[in-house]
Design a binder for this molecule. Structure first.
Ligand SMILES: [Fe+2]
Length: 434
């Protein structure tokens, strides 16, 4: 009997790699900019058994390249050794376990691998697992994989969502990494809240109509689906505020995994997001997302929605020195027709309303671009974009570095890696400590 084809997330460059590798002094085409001293690290699912019921449910694996003195010092890929990986503890339902596969950030000197269903897992800069991190016992909920660090105060704002009450909890850690505030935020029901935004004065929650479904949960797959009844709202709360301070405003139903950024503009909050007109409606074909802007007038609470670009995209990033402040540029992955077919990065110039494309060529697929400023005082867009590019012909991957302000130009650096880096999720640049 013919075996059914494996699902997309176990095929091609979505499939897991088998080995943890350490490779030193990598071969470099072009020049590694001398100003790049640090570690580029990206997280993604890599089921150690070789299989998982959904792309989102594979064990987290970190892929890192260390750069210094014009050289690519090493590449390492390491599983995040959670209790799920080590002992088979449940992926969901045990905050001290989970797959830790979605993002990796640094805050207050700790490097944290994140997944939205568990506590963070702390790792070293060599990508070895230290262990589960619960803010010294203060964190009592999950933690989103998309916390927001305020570049002015150094605070980390984050939240947790759950299908059991409380459905939403807001958290704030100070610049030293102490969890100083946790607030339950009332929402009508359990929705999938993947990300949010901050501005200089507010946080913005997205309560969108992807709702928890018990029957799907019982069937062992992703327990969320589109709802025609739930509605869609943004919750705007002063930073450090409480549930009573949240102003909820209705928006047209849609789904957003990832905002690009948000900021205050006069008496309004502006939020740029990669917006799906619909997601996960049972039986419906999947839809693509594109960059949209919401403008919420504070006081009248009127919302205006506008499309900023019509290209299908995901994984939007900015210069994170501008988190919560007005940005001009954004960078994202262009989505091709079929999963895995994307070959381009996009750069949005939102002042000029122009989008440019960097095409890596047939069979070369980039992943999320991470912006690194040329120096601490460099202007926006003066810096580099780092991304892993999968080359189907070689069945291997490169770390590619582009000048952000010469976006369509030839890559500055191409570092050949000793194995392919499966398509994954999010990463960070961790500058070397002085
Ligand atoms: Fe994400």
């Amino acid at each position: 009997m013919d075996q059914p084809a494996p699902p997309f997330h176990l095929q091609g460059n979505f499939a897991p790699v088998q080995q943890e590798i350490t490779a030193l002094d990598l071969s470099v085409q072009g020049d590694v900019p001398a100003a790049l001293r640090g570690l580029y690290v990206r997280n993604g699912p890599n089921p150690h058994t070789g299989t998982s019921p959904h792309w989102f449910l594979g064990d987290g694996m970190l892929h890192g390249v260390a750069l210094r003195d014009g050289r690519a010092l090493w590449y390492r890929n390491r599983y995040v050794r959670t209790r799920t990986f080590l002992e088979g503890a449940p992926v969901i339902g045990d905050l001290t376990a989970g797959v830790a596969n979605t993002h990796v950030i640094e805050h207050a000197g700790r490097v944290l691998a994140l997944v939205e269903t568990s506590f963070p897992t702390e790792v070293t800069r060599e990508l070895d697992t230290i262990g589960c991190y619960d803010y010294g016992g203060r964190l009592s909920t999950r933690m989103t994989a998309h916390p927001k660090r305020c570049p002015t105060t150094g605070e980390l704002h984050f939240f947790a969502y759950s299908w059991l009450p409380p459905y939403l909890t807001y958290h704030r850690a100070d610049a030293d990494g102490r969890l100083v505030q946790s607030e339950v935020i009332e929402v009508p029901g359990p929705t999938m809240m993947h990300d949010f935004a901050i501005t200089e004065r507010h946080v913005v929650f997205m309560d969108l109509p992807i709702v928890f479904d018990v029957e799907l949960a019982m069937s062992g797959t992703m327990p969320y689906r589109w709802s025609d009844d739930y509605g869609a709202r943004l919750g705007i709360m002063p930073r450090g505020g409480h549930d009573a301070d949240v102003r909820w405003v209705e928006i047209a139903p849609c789904y957003v995994f990832h905002p690009l950024n948000a900021y205050e503009d006069g008496g309004a909050v502006v939020m740029d997001v990669v917006r799906y007109p619909e997601l996960w409606r049972p039986g419906a074909p999947s839809r693509t997302a594109s960059l949209h802007r919401w403008r919420v007038e504070l006081g009248t609470w009127r919302v205006r929605e506008e499309a900023l670009d019509d290209r299908a995209s995901e994984f939007p990033r900015i210069d994170e020195r501008l988190t919560g402040r007005a940005h001009r540029y954004g960078y994202a992955v262009e989505r091709g027709g079929d999963r895995g077919a994307e070959t381009s990065l996009l750069k949005y110039d939102l002042h000029r309303g122009v989008t440019t494309i960097h095409d890596f060529g047939a069979g070369r697929a980039p992943s999320e671009p991470v912006f690194v400023p040329a120096s601490p005082t460099a202007v926006e867009d003066d810096g580099w974009l780092l991304t892993y590019v999968y080359d189907a012909a070689r069945d291997s991957s490169d770390l590619v570095i582009l000048r952000a302000d010469d976006f369509t130009g030839k890559p500055v650096t191409t570092v050949a890696l000793p194995q392919r880096v499966p398509f994954g999720f999010h990463g960070s640049w961790l500058p070397e400590r002085a």
